[in-house]
Design a protein around this ligand. Sequence first.
Ligand SMILES: Nc1ncnc2c1ncn2[C@@H]1O[C@H](COP(=O)(O)OP(=O)(O)O)[C@@H](O)[C@H]1O
Ligand SMILES: [Mg+2]
Length: 412
Amino acid sequence: MMKINVLVISKLEKNLDAMKRMIDDEEIVVLGDSPGGAQALNKIENVSPDMVIMFLGAGDTDVLSLTERIILNRPRTHVILLVEYMDVDILQKSIKVGAHNVIEFPTSPKEFAEYIKSVYHNESIRINSLNEKQNIAWMSRVVTVFGAKGGLGKTTIATNLAVKLAEKGKKVALIDLDLQFGDIHIFLDIEPSDTISEFVQQVFTPNIDSVRSYMTVHSSGVHVLCAPKSPEYAELVSAEKVQSLLSVLRTYYDYVIIDTPPSFTDVTITAIESSSTILFVTGLDISILKNSKLSLSLMDSLQQRDKVRLIVNRAVDMSSITVEDVQKIIGCPIWAKIPSDYKVAVTALNRGVPFVISSPGSTLSQSVSIVAGALISGADNFDIQFSSNKKIKAFGEGRKLFRLFKRRNEIV
Ligand SMILES: Nc1ncnc2c1ncn2[C@@H]1O[C@H](COP(=O)(O)OP(=O)(O)O)[C@@H](O)[C@H]1O
Ligand SMILES: [Mg+2]
């Protein structure tokens, strides 16, 4: 059950007692009390109440200035003012400092509980809608790495990109939403004590401090929220929880990088819809291209297509299949190409050190660096041309693949 945590404030002991006696409901918890002033500010900072209930006596300017400070600085802490007698003067003063929940001292705990709940509910809706507007400004910061199959290099790209952005001085969160088989902790060689499943079970109204306490800090400075330790915990993580998690994260981090499973779950769709950019990873084989094409048409129906930036991973110079062919087959321009380098990629994975750290000079690292730079500069609509120093010989089966594409006209 969701609880509303409240703090009661009055400089008079008898008022505090009277307020506490009026709060008698299993959904409302009194976290503590305070006489007001600086002490109250400290207490609010420490216990983070959902709501502050204050007694406002005639000529109580202290309480009014405290109210103003809370409303300005802690918009998520809702304020209720209790007055002995309501009159126009006291109402005007309250409104002037931004308080709009002012009532006469309650006479029944039941009615008071209902009032507290309705204020909490209405204020939460108001704050969330404000946040939604802010989110638009912050949208550019949420980047989901998606792909229509396993093994495409989604996690490789997500982890290296996150580390690269951190190297460039950005505050970066990396979230593993491959809830069943997430392996970011292996790529980064970290041992999370908590994961997203503990987070969703233990935190009901997340704020940045509570979220951070479930994240693991990587040596690069990236804050990582790892996938559950066991696949059966995945179902605890609902789309709603992920949505509220992301709205908290985006207020704090410069970039929130999200790794995903290769499927359109509710959670994945939530991530996609909350993103400004979808790095859509594809590769050069017939079944990947088929699935990619299908996924892109789903992106279309979700009206998310314009956020998609297509990345061809393990792009090799093939004689038969050109970039133009891939673009034609998938029906989407290629945004970036990342070369194939098995040795660098696998050594990095085995050692648990992202290649942007362990092999910064490699062509792989350079291409990730270009992608990071493009995200930062917002250079969204260009083709990041990557030219490999090493000429990689075309796949032996290049011809065969090409014939397959032609034969399976129905899918291309
Ligand atoms: N550009 C690349 N060149 C060579 N190997 C790569 C490249 N990108 C990824 N790999 C390797 O492919 C495998 C799968 O990558 P991973 O990132 O786990 O894929 P996904 O998250 O899409 O399932 C890993 O062993 C990884 O090291
Ligand atoms: Mg993965």
